[in-house]
Design a protein around this ligand. Sequence first.
Ligand code: LRH
Ligand code: MN
Ligand code: MN
Length: 388
Amino acid sequence: MTNFSDISSELGRQAIELPSWAFGNSGTRFKVFGSEGTPRSVEEKLADAAQVHALTGLAPSVALHIPWDRVDDFDKLGRVAEDLGVRLGTINSNTFQDDDYRLGSLTHVDERIRAKAVAHHLECVDIMDVTGSRDLKIWLADGTNYPGQGDLRGRQDRLADSLRQIYERLGDHQRLVLEYKFFEPAFYATDVPDWGTSLLHCLALGDRAMVCLDTGHHAPGTNIEFIVMQLLRAGRLGSFDFNSRFYADDDLIVGAADPFQLFRILFEVIRGGGYDEDSEVAFMLDQCHNVEDKIPGQIRSVLNVQEMTARALLVDRVALAEAERLGDVLGANGILMDAFYTDVRADLAQWRGDRGLPTDPMAAYIASGYQDQIAADRIGGTQAGWGA
Ligand code: LRH
Ligand code: MN
Ligand code: MN
């Protein structure tokens, strides 16, 4: 049996990147609700993210989305982040809110528009050079709504060529991370719909091309931990976009809908070496907080990931391997479930206290008065970018 004391140092190396867009107003296609205290600038988004890190010690970096977070001086923005106690992380490209991209971006049949989309990604790499970011994350809304609308094969060939141009621009320490999603906004055929398509493109590009697994981007019932295992096995799991879903790409708080699935995913990450000290798998949130307060939403999210990581680390892997070897079906399953059902919340509270962090970060946030302060100070906060 593994005890909490055996895993406490391993918990110390957990880092979960926050998305800048989690702090802006967001919603569905029906309504974007405004909320008090919403950031009016990228700097204010960073300030909010820094609260999450200060209270949990879990979120040292912030992902940016371009153009949502475009500023004149990224070097200065990096220093602002540093002063706040965080750093700039992954740069996300965005080719889904420009009229030119109605029929595609990196796959577009019109060479002028495809070149514009490639150029946008090259600008993102320029930004990464300034911010020191390692990862360029690409998610494409590209796809078709009707059979016959586009040549499926031609779109893949153009995508491969566009990605090659972007990949060639990367520095030695930089990575291209290609995210997939099975549908939406395209409903008939999405150009990067699944991990197989993403992996094929990455394999063609080179060692620094990796797959991003967004947990909300699969059909219901998909065994996501199997995908985690396979990508780790291939050395191509680049990053996670964590969130949870009940129906489609809901972007709800990770671990809220199905904590057991999060546990299973994290167990495969750990078993596959993705949580090792030298692992380059990036853990990120990709969430929106439509009806709840955003900063506590992010605090709850990173705590959920930490809690399930702790439970997954508690799995007695020696006993599990032995039970598997012996063909002890229910014994093996029982070993996994014992860890899943272990309530680690009190141990984690103490773990935080031992490190000078609040034992209850949610309560500490409310007590800090930060929410009231930003509600008073900030009038007319911005949307996350959706619909903007
Ligand atoms: C697409 C997605 C992708 C985008 C983010 C805002 O659904 O998951 O990662 O960058 O949402
Ligand atoms: Mn995502
Ligand atoms: Mn998504």
